[in-house]
Structures are given as structure tokens and as C-alpha cells.
Design a protein around this ligand. Structure first.
Ligand code: SF4
Ligand code: SF4
Ligand code: SF4
Length: 404
């Protein structure tokens, strides 16, 4: 049976039992593209300021029971999980609307518990982190099988995020492991103290207590949708609590009230414009003669950071965060990813920067040396331009040829 057929059959089942309180959360199905327009909110067809009928935040379960929620971290820093916990008393709302069947950072659901569940019995899985090793891959495939909806939660899951910068290491996982376990000062001390022990973790090893295994580290770090089918994306490093609230409210509204879900593939909590358009700083598009670090500038609180020589990625990044960083004097690093018109965030950033090179109508001969000077002042251009989106880059990874 096709996936959509599976969803629609479950949906029909829900209709038949419409008046009965469901023992388990009924099925959710993303609307077909175009069935519900998102704009910047999943409430494009409803009023985001009105509570969902039957659900009063903080006062208990939605009418008819709770949805089933899994939260999982793959190759992640933990910040996305903390963003859920960090919502103060609002985290209780999550518990009020959902039975949490797995959340390694906060709850006790184990892999075997998930394996024993029926396929499709989890209403929604929020997966944060990139896919970097065999365990990540196994778990996200398992959650896909057991879930009606899968959400890529956070920039690492959406685009590869910071873990995907490892794709720029030419020697792949071997070079990463060698550096971490043989080259760093603390590792060197261990290697010297225990020269006969294996220093790089083994994927399989026999010890007196038994046979131990570790997941294989992959050469290439992938975004979630490069491994499994993803229904929705929530970008941000980490996403805002408001966006998480919108997402869960929408799932509850669909499951219990039949409110249409947004089209599959929607990026939730983003606008259709660039971050510059929601940034309060005044922009003059001054020519860029030199690029400076924020600490080198006595930052004017009202002027565009690019106009002050600080590399800000707002012009190539989609809006939605409310310009959190630029409001406090820090440049945008692009964690929300590109706008929907762009697939190559890094190239888009480079174009935005290059458009400010001092190539003037009256003197269209900006010398190549000058451009090289400006670009050389960016300490790590690839790392800066692809800080969050390396898994999605057309240059999939760097390689060494002939030792170079
Ligand atoms: S998106 Fe940011 S906060 Fe979330 S896991 Fe990745 S690095 Fe951490
Ligand atoms: S480049 Fe950055 S600081 Fe300037 S307007 Fe855009 S987001 Fe704001
Ligand atoms: S300003 Fe840029 S880096 Fe900061 S939260 Fe917004 S999108 Fe992310």
C-alpha cells in the first residue's frame, strides 16, 4: 500500500469513529501541496490568536485524548532538546497535549519500546540533528516507520547544520577520528601513556564482559531528508518555542478537529522574505571595502551591520526568527537557511557579498587584487557561507587529489 493510501485509509477510519473518544491518536496526513497556504504561519487558514477549540494550553489534554509524540536527537548538540525544555512552564503544555513515547534527553522510552509499537502509531516524531552514523540512520528509519508525521526539527536536521561542516574534511571519517583520538593534545597524552591500547574507538571489540559494538561513523553527514521522507521542516539553531507551539497545536487541531495541515514539505515558522526585510537596522547597501569581525567595530545600533563592514548573511537568509541576532548587534549566520527560491545557500550568500564589492558604475574596474584582499579577510569562507547548510551544498564534500 502506498504511504498516502495508508494515511487516507487511517483518515477514513477516523471519520467513521468521529464521535468516539480515540484510545490512541488518530492518523494525521499532510494536506496535498496547495491545499492550505502557509505564508509565515501554519495557521494560514485559521486564526493564530484564537485557541484551538477543545484545547486550553496548560489546562489538560485536548478533548478526546493525547497525540503520541517522539523526540529524538541524531547528530546534535542537545540545543534543540533544550529549546523544548527551555520553554519554562509551557513545556507542561507539551505533556498536556501529547504522550511522549520517546525523548532520550528527558524521558525513558527505549528503542525496543518503539520497535514493539505498530507502524504509524506515533502521531508525530520531531527529529533533531543530522544523520552522521549508523545508529542515527537506524533510529530515524525506525521512527519514520512508526510515525504518521516526521518533522525535521532544527537546522542540523533540515540542512545538515554545523555537524555537516565535517564534509569539508577531505579524509572523511578516518581523518576526523584520527584527529580527535590521535592528534589533539589530550589524546596525544593518552596515546603516550597507553601506547599498546587502540586509540581510535573500534566498531566491534571483545572484552571480558562480552562483545561491544559502536555505530560506524559515516564519511558524509546528511540532512534528515537525504535519508528518510520528511513531512515538515522547522529551521533554526535552535527553533523558537513559539514555532514548536504552533507545530504541536496544528497537529492537535488536525487530529481532533480536522483542521487541514499545511502542505507537505512546508518550512514552519518562516516568512517568504529575507531576514533583511524584518531587520530593524537601516541599510544603505554601502560598498564593501573590507570585512571586519564584530569585536573590531564600535557597532552603531541603528545601521546595517554589512554597511559597517561586518559580514551578515541576512540578505541570503529566509526571515522568521524576528532578526534575533542582528537586534543584539550580532550578524546573522544563516541558521534559518535560504529562501524558498534558493537551493544553494552558500552560493546565494557569496552572490550577496559579491554584489557589494566596490565595482562602481563610474569605475567598473575593481581590481582582482582588491577582490582577493576583501575575500581573504574572511577567515573561513566555506565554513562561514555554509555554516548550517553544507549537507545541501552542490559541492557535496571536499576531497584530496594527489595528496592536495
Ligand atoms: S540545530 Fe543548532 S541547537 Fe539544534 S542540534 Fe543543531 S547545532 Fe544544536
Ligand atoms: S544585512 Fe544584516 S544587519 Fe543588514 S539589514 Fe540585513 S539582516 Fe540587518
Ligand atoms: S538572525 Fe540569522 S543566525 Fe540569528 S536566529 Fe535569525 S536566522 Fe538564525
Amino acid at each position: 500500500m502506498s504511504k498516502m493510501g495508508f494515511f487516507s485509509n487511517l483518515f477514513k477510519k477516523k471519520d467513521k469513529k468521529k464521535d468516539a473518544a480515540p484510545a490512541a491518536a488518530p492518523a494525521a496526513a499532510p494536506a496535498a501541496a496547495g491545499a492550505s497556504s502557509m505564508g509565515g504561519s501554519i495557521y494560514a487558514e485559521t486564526d493564530a490568536n484564537q485557541p484551538i477549540p477543545g484545547y486550553v494550553p496548560g489546562l489538560g489534554a485536548p478533548e478526546g485524548g493525547k497525540i503520541k509524540l517522539a523526540i529524538y536527537w541524531a547528530a546534535a548538540c542537545g540545543g534543540c532538546d533544550v529549546s523544548v525544555l527551555d520553554s519554562d512552564e509551557k513545556v507542561l503544555n507539551v505533556g498536556a497535549m501529547a504522550d511522549i513515547v520517546m525523548w532520550p534527553v528527558a524521558a525513558d522510552g527505549k528503542e525496543k519500546d518503539i520497535e514493539e509499537m505498530e507502524d504509524g502509531s506515533i502521531t508525530v516524531s520531531l527529529i533533531n540533528g543530522a544523520v552522521r552514523n549508523a545508529e542515527n540512520e537506524h533510529m530515524v528509519r525506525l521512527l519514520r516507520q512508526k510515525s504518521q508525521l516526521v518533522v525535521a526539527y532544527g537546522s542540523c536536521a533540515c540542512f545538515g547544520g554545523t555537524p555537516a561542516l565535517a564534509n569539508l574534511i577531505p579524509g572523511g571519517s578516518k581523518e576526523v577520528l584520527d584527529y580527535v583520538y590521535n592528534q589533539t593534545p589530550t589524546s596525544k597524552a593518552f596515546c603516550e601513556a597507553y601506547p599498546d591500547k587502540p586509540h581510535v574507538p573500534q566498531t566491534e571489540i571483545d572484552v571480558p564482559e562480552g562483545h561491544l559494538t559502536l555505530p560506524t561513523l559515516y564519511n558524509r553527514v546528511k540532512s534528515l531528508d537525504q535519508v528518510i521522507d520528511v513531512d515538515y521542516y522547522v529551521p533554526g539553531c535552535p527553533p523558537t518555542q513559539e514555532t514548536l507551539g504552533q507545530l504541536l497545536d496544528a497537529v492537535v487541531a488536525f487530529v481532533y478537529k480536522g483542521v487541514a495541515l499545511p502542505p507537505k514539505g512546508t518550512h514552519i515558522g518562516v516568512t517568504k522574505r529575507t531576514l533583511c526585510e524584518e531587520c530593524p537596522r537601516h541599510k544603505e547597501n554601502k560598498r564593501l571595502d573590507e570585512i571586519k569581525e564584530p569585536y573590531q567595530v564600535n557597532i552603531d545600533p541603528d545601521k546595517c551591520l554589512m554597511d559597517q563592514g561586518i559580514l551578515c548573511l541576512g540578505a541570503a537568509t529566509v526571515g522568521g526568527c524576528g532578526a534575533k541576532c542582528t537586534r543584539v548587534g550580532q550578524p546573522c549566520r544563516g541558521c534559518y537557511g535560504p529562501t524558498d527560491k534558493v537551493t544553494e545557500h552558500g552560493a546565494s550568500v557569496f552572490t550577496a557579498v559579491a554584489s557589494l564589492f566596490p565595482i562602481l558604475e563610474e569605475d567598473p574596474t575593481c581590481k582582482e587584487d582588491k577582490i582577493i584582499d576583501i575575500m581573504s579577510s574572511i577567515k573561513d569562507p566555506l565554513g562561514y557561507f555554509y555554516a548550517y547548510t553544507m549537507s545541501k551544498a552542490l559541492i557535496a564534500r571536499s576531497v584530496k587529489e594527489g595528496g592536495q
